[in-house]
Design a protein around this ligand. Structure first.
Ligand SMILES: [Zn+2]
Length: 150
């Protein structure tokens, strides 16, 4: 059975996981026109340049959509349920949407476009060797109260 951990050797996303290990959220950015290109492609969709170095993002964004998973059908995820899977539009370019897990949140309090920020956590699964540092997102806590910003 295929494991649940990301394949760190898969070339198109290898640099994504290397950045995550440094606690950076990085995606390719066109060296010619500056467009952020996600998912990785061979050429920039705007200008067709092929040089797109992986570039760190601020880690801030907004919640584009999400789903609360009460019971996971994929067995390795079953023990993690309930959890919230989400799509985050990054601050630099909302066309870049990162598939993620939303952590440290009350699922009922999530709102479209609410500010979120990246946090890095170690990901592992029972019965599977290895630990991967992975980016997750959480609602941005209010600086004074610690409550999530709306
Ligand atoms: Zn370009």
């Amino acid at each position: 059975m295929k494991g649940a951990l990301p394949d760190l050797s898969f070339e198109p996303t290898r640099a994504f996981w290397e950045a995550a290990a440094r606690e950076e959220l990085a995606v390719p950015r066109c060296a010619s026109c500056g467009r952020w290109v996600w998912y990785p492609r061979e050429r920039c969709p705007d200008c067709e340049a092929d040089e797109m170095p992986w570039t760190p993002l601020s880690g801030r964004g907004t919640l584009f959509s999400w789903a609360s998973v009460e019971r996971a059908l994929f067995k390795p995820f079953a023990e993690r349920a309930p959890y919230v899977t989400g799509l985050v539009a990054v601050e630099e370019d909302p066309r870049v949407r990162i598939v993620t897990t939303v952590v440290d949140c009350d699922p009922g309090a999530l709102r479209v476009d609410m500010p979120v920020e990246v946090v890095f956590r170690e990901l592992s699964f029972p019965g599977e060797d290895g630990v991967v540092t992975a980016p997750f997102f959480r609602p941005v806590p209010h600086p004074a109260t610690g409550e999530a910003l709306r």
